[in-house]
Ligand binder design. Structure first.
Ligand code: ADP
Ligand code: ASP
Ligand code: MG
Length: 468
């Protein structure tokens, strides 16, 4: 049994959906059971976020125009896939589109948009695309049935915009889907969205369809989870930035998690966690070249001679620096700082602390930076602990990742020599105790230059397989 996930590009047009459906057919033809997890059609999630913000601000005409575009795109696709105006698929799409229009009108009237209503609105992207995938499969002779994440048993926390699966999901999903699979029906489950115990729609965070697929895979005890992509697999760096980037044949769960965490957009950072606990392999595969093996992610990947496997960058970061002699020898300061940031729901990407403890630097996303900085200032301004507060925006966090770095001497020297040779200055450096990565912060304008120089310094454009 395989769970297959298709991202927005692979759901982006009639042709793309038909091609994606044909990739499912390749497996079902050989008697394989498949559950399918589609994302929204490309760009639709962004459009829905814009629509909800404009409705909140009173720009209802813009919102309605965008809804019309979404409506046309989905109805045209259904038509091109062979659905008649009276078909159940078209009826379902029309109901969803109506409901989207009404929800947006409600936001407009109230001029109020909560995280909970935003999740409801963005959920329409996947709820509209899943019936199209089911239709394309049926047209190819694959019996299929579309469900929302909630209908499929994906119960989550109520942390809207960033929900997490509840333990019950792992029992409920098989109880909802095994019957279909046993009858030879392919469930098509909306990516990205779940439901609270009370039946309120939630989302798993941007890029969350990868995570939906792995939750399903773990719950169903799948043999493998395949995320089909518009790239060859996981690459040594973002191929859009460095065209010489190479496909990585094998990675460990930890390595891909580190890469995703430090900005490799190819997978949701938490996506492998459900698989890791159960030892289920993940394959990142190329939709354009389905016979190419892509990247296999397991607990024990075959190694590469090279210690460093990949380099990633998070642009749009910022550094917050706090300091003061009063921090020395006061362990509560650190926990207080993290309490304040947690209270503001700010995720800290990197931390470094001088050994005297008189200074702590934190890298956060730029979108969180001002809020985090103001909160820290208002909490500590009148304390004796922290005296200086500084905020640098326009920062990038760059990381090199690879398990082979552990015990390989000279990685840091080679890394920072390459960066220095480009005349790039470092604002801070951190290394995880796992020695799986070394990360550092630089000016955002230097990010591309740094990534390219590091890619070259470690010869990532010609990785040598190990003899293991
Ligand atoms: P999907 O919609 O299928 O989830 P995404 O657009 O989220 O696809 O992720 C795939 C994209 O991630 C690729 O087009 C590529 O530009 C980008 N990317 C960034 N870093 C990497 C990397 N190290 N390996 C592969 N792709 C990467
Ligand atoms: N459609 C969602 C997004 O754009 C989820 C996903 O594509 O994985 O974030
Ligand atoms: Mg994605």
């Amino acid at each position: 049994m395989i769970v297959m996930k298709f991202g927005g590009t692979l759901m982006g047009s009639t042709k793309a959906i038909q091609h994606s459906a044909s990739l499912v057919l390749r497996s079902t033809q050989h008697g394989e059971k498949v559950a399918v997890v589609p994302s929204a059609m490309s760009g639709v999630t962004d459009q829905l976020i814009k629509i909800s913000a404009s409705a909140e601000q009173g720009h209802i005409a813009f919102a309605n125009d965008e809804i019309s575009l979404i409506r046309q795109r989905h109805l045209n696709t259904a038509h091109e896939l062979g659905a008649s105006a009276e078909s159940l698929t078209v009826q379902k799409l029309l109901e969803l589109l109506d409901s989207l229009g009404q929800t947006i009108h409600g936001i407009y009237l109230l001029r109020e948009l909560s995280a909970r209503s935003r999740d409801l609105i963005v959920s329409f992207g996947e709820r509209l695309s899943a019936p199209l995938m089911a239709l394309a499969l049926e047209r190819m002779g694959v019996r299929a049935h579309d469900l929302t994440g909630g209908q499929a048993g994906l119960v989550t926390t109520d942390t809207f915009g960033n929900a997490r699966p509840l333990p019950q999901a792992y029992e409920r999903i098989p109880s909802r889907l095994s019957g279909l699979l046993d009858q030879g029906i392919t469930p098509v489950v909306t990516g990205f969205i779940g439901e609270t115990e009370k039946g309120v729609i939630t989302t798993l965070g941007r890029g969350g369809s990868d995570y939906s697929a792995t939750i399903l895979g773990a719950a169903l005890g799948a043999d493998e989870v395949w995320t089909w992509k518009d790239v060859d697999g996981v690459m040594t760096t973002d191929p859009r930035m460095v065209p010489e980037a190479q496909n990585l044949e094998q990675l460990s769960y930890e390595e891909i998690m580190e890469m995703a965490y430090f900005g490799a957009k190819v997978l949701h950072p938490l996506a492998v966690t459900p698989l890791q606990e159960r030892g289920i392999p993940l394959r990142v595969k190329s939709a354009a070249d389905p016979d190419f093996p892509g990247t296999l992610v397991t607990a024990h990947p075959k190694g590469l001679k090279n210690g460093v496997k990949a380099v990633t960058a998070i642009r749009n970061a910022a550094i917050i620096d706090v300091g003061g002699a009063g921090m020395v020898g006061v362990p509560e300061v650190v926990s207080k700082i993290f309490d304040v940031l947690a209270g503001e729901a700010v995720n800290v990407i990197m931390i470094s602390q001088s050994s005297s403890m008189a200074n702590i630097s934190l890298v956060v996303l730029r979108s969180d930076a001002r809020r985090a900085f103001d909160a820290l200032k208002s909490q500590f301004a009148n304390s004796d602990w922290i005296k200086t507060f500084e905020l640098w925006e326009d920062v990038a966090a760059v990381a090199v990742v690879g398990e082979g770095m552990r015990g390989t001497k000279g990685v840091a020297a080679r890394l920072f020599t390459a960066v220095a040779a480009e005349g790039i200055s470092l604002h801070m450096i951190a290394q995880g105790s796992s020695e799986l990565n070394i990360s550092f912060a630089i000016d955002e304008t230097d990010a591309e230059k740094a990534v390219k120089a590091i890619h070259k310094a470690f010869s990532l454009e010609r990785l040598e397989p190990s003899d293991e």
